[in-house]
Design a protein around this ligand. Sequence first.
Ligand code: SF4
Ligand code: SF4
Length: 280
Amino acid sequence: MRITVASGKGGTGKTTVATNLAIAVSEKFPVQFLDCDVEEPNAHIFLKPQIEDSRSVEKLLPEVDEELCTRCGECAKACEFNAIAIIGKKILVYNDLCHGCGLCKMVCPVGAISEHPHELGVIETGTAHGFSFSRGLLNVGEAMSTPIIHEMKGMIDPQKLAIIDAPPGTGCPTIAAIKDADVAILVTEPTPFGLHDLQAAVGVARSVEVPIFVVINRDGIGDDHVERYCEQENIPVAMKIPFSREIAKLYSRGTTLVDALPEWRERFQALYETVEGGAR
Ligand code: SF4
Ligand code: SF4
């Protein structure tokens, strides 16, 4: 089973839910935790993993031999991403736009295009709290994080319960993290911003037909509009985490709720049972 924990924006407590759920459930099942928030992974702050291995994630970038190139334009015509262009006598490859699909090389009639590997980031793997841990790290200045997320998801062991900490937002990296999940837990706050971002996240999860549960974090700081929205949309609110000074202090120290406050262990195990019952 794959559970993706996501949110429409950062700072809602998505990683709090993902890490506490992983620790609580690992008492009962083998767990694999994947921190796919590759631009700013922070699950390691709470899980304190032992990193044992690191490997590079690359894409193949085209390189044009200007001597062989006849400027026929076939490569630029074929590229869906406008990542290769002919400007006058110059032929330009835009690395940030290129998806490394290799089509330009295939269509070049004179074999002027070769490919060379370009590192996008790394995937680190290890163990935390006795379960498998991995995190993706996008290199500074790189724009394309989805290949790292796809590669991480390819590492999922079907014998384990995979808990995926998704990147915040509603863009391609979030979709990549939610797609193929059996269930998505969307974490939000009971505020107008929380509601707005939750609605966007619900749109993403529904577009890939993944069942949704909501967790309301910092319950008590705002109004009941999030709950009313969930009711209207038939989305179960599976847990509420109250706004409390004690919880905020634990968070600021990088301590998980389940480690500091034993009653939360059972609550997160109950959260798992609830979402498991609604998974596809
Ligand atoms: S590898 Fe694919 S995305 Fe990159 S320039 Fe060639 S056709 Fe475009
Ligand atoms: S398809 Fe090959 S020959 Fe034609 S413009 Fe592109 S690189 Fe040059």
